[in-house]
Design a protein around this ligand. Sequence first.
Ligand code: BGC
Length: 268
Amino acid sequence: MSLEVLQGQRALVTGASSGIGEAVAIALGKAGAKVVVNYITGEEEANRIVASIKASGSDAMAIRADVSKEDQVQSMFQQMIETWGSIDILVANAGVQRDADFAEMTLQQWQFVLDVNLTGQFLCCREAVREFIRRGIKPELSRSAGKIICMSSVHEVIPWAGHVNYATSKGGVNMMMQSIAQEMAVKKIRVNSISPGAISTPINTSAWSTPEAEAELLKLIPYQRVGKPDDIARAAVWLASDDSDYVTGISLFVDGGMTLYPGFREGG
Ligand code: BGC
């Protein structure tokens, strides 16, 4: 892959003030894209990430918006389009967990996770698609009219006790992504997901931050290491670039083999 494969393109990464979103925003910037660093909490972190993208030679700006709120999503897109003219790449990444035993799960815990992880992606994807259709293909920038990357999870296929709200939201992301991809391919809009396994970020600190927790986690990862945000960022750059121009409607598992049913290596 050549350097700066995204030269001149404009990207929006939601939930970009930490974790996977942060790494994706920085990698898109290094690949030559201008980047909106969306955040809801963590203004300081968002500004620090903007500064680091600028230092690497690309433009960047932080925009605060709650992805689950239609008016905030619309004004974020409006601000980006007014400033940079359009959008070429959306990474719908913002996501949350509110874990609870199923019998104890409150409606609020259920609703909050569905609102951010699924409705939030719907709202951002819809705004991006509207702009991609309005603008059409600009061959000097990309062979497609626009690229969407939905951040899903191995839990779009692996059921997850104690996390019914989260797993349901990611199952929904998979079907939403494929249905949008099917509808939009004719418009030359590519829509794909990345499904990360266990990546060390603030969302799952308890799963990897002590040696005991890490040893337990590694039992679920055939490749025998916990993932890093950069593992996901590299996949995102590829899916955003013309190097993947014939790829649409896939969920790319970046999980060290977590979805390979490791329990069956010796069992079954
Ligand atoms: C979750 C993490 C979890 C990983 C693997 C991710 O989608 O957000 O908390 O460690 O899946 O189970």
